[in-house]
Design a protein around this ligand. Structure first.
Ligand SMILES: C[S@@+](CC[C@H](N)C(=O)[O-])C[C@H]1O[C@@H](n2cnc3c(N)ncnc32)[C@H](O)[C@@H]1O
Length: 278
């Protein structure tokens, strides 16, 4: 579907408060909130979109967030994916006139296919905590295939280092110590944490830190340029801990066939207790 082809409907609600401050808008499928604030990671992706030319960029789990809208504003050809087609229809209604937008609803990685080396960049913000370790592994491998040589992945994820996950910290440290492959996978969040916001989340959640995310990206054949912990500017007060609440990663596809890449998982136990699908 292309921009301009969406059905008639009510105008989208603004991503900003009446006073102009950005606000967080609930997703329609209980998959957290859509950000009106463009994070430092998403900002880097938007800047990169300016260099995309005619090569498309992909936003996975785009919903109707500010980053995707800003990427469209650069003139890039943006392919927006989301599990929930209504989110994408709303994105289309919000998109600036003349946007080069293609909608691709479906599950990442199950339903998404692109020809190898056809994307300029891929952005995945606040989505991979909905994936199991195996899905993330497959997804990153797919992204590595889809990116043109030198093309970049921009990924932002939720870490265990948020105040609301305090009940999980001891278990997390134990799993890390034991060499568990996906130490942040929680099959039933209510076992470790309770918060009114969890009614807007699936019962399973996959928290990632910089070590695990870097390792996963390298295992997929990507070259990690930067991987860091940070606090989102729009992080609600009760979630804030100490500046490590989110993790960001920028990694690129190898420039030439055969360029040596580090593989990430050799030294990690293959049979982690927190890995549900191995
Ligand atoms: C928390 S919102 C993040 C939206 C936006 N990327 C942002 O950072 O503001 C998560 C979005 O990811 C979508 N999503 C969750 N799992 C997905 C999957 N496996 N494939 C595609 N989209 C997914 C949800 O439908 C939801 O719109």
């Amino acid at each position: 579907m292309r921009c301009g082809s969406s059905p008639e409907s009510t105008p989208p609600r603004s991503l900003n408060n009446p006073d102009g401050r950005p606000r967080r808008v609930l997703t329609r499928n209980r998959m957290g909130w859509v950000s009106a604030e463009v994070s430092e990671l998403s900002r880097a992706w938007v800047e990169d979109c300016r260099r995309a030319g005619e090569t498309p960029v992909l936003d996975i789990g785009a919903a109707f967030g500010a980053a995707c809208l800003e990427a469209l504003g650069t003139g890039a050809r943006v392919i927006a994916n989301d599990l929930h087609a209504e989110h994408l229809e709303e994105l289309e209604r919000r998109a600036p006139a003349g946007s080069r937008l293609t909608l691709r609803p479906g599950h990442f990685p199950k339903d998404l296919f692109f020809e190898p080396e056809t994307l300029h960049s891929v952005h995945i913000s606040n989505v991979v905590h909905f994936l199991t370790g195996r899905q993330l592994e497959r997804g990153l491998a797919a992204v590595a295939r889809w990116l043109k040589p030198g093309g970049r992945l921009y990924l932002q994820a939720v870490t265990p280092f948020q105040a609301i996950f305090e009940g999980f910290w001891e278990e997390y440290a134990r799993r890390v110590e034991a060499g568990v492959r996906w130490p942040g996978y929680i099959a039933k969040l209510s076992v470790y944490a309770r918060h009114r916001q969890f009614s807007q989340m699936p019962r399973a959640v996959h928290l990632l830190d910089d070590v695990v995310l870097r390792r996963a990206a390298e295992a997929a054949g990507l070259r990690v340029e930067r991987c860091w912990l940070f606090q989102r500017a729009d992080q609600p007060k009760e979630i804030r801990l100490d500046g490590r609440e989110s993790v960001a990663l920028i990694a690129r596809a190898p420039e030439e066939a055969g360029e040596a890449v580090e593989r990430g998982f050799e030294h990690v136990a293959a049979d982690g207790i927190a890995d549900p699908d191995r």
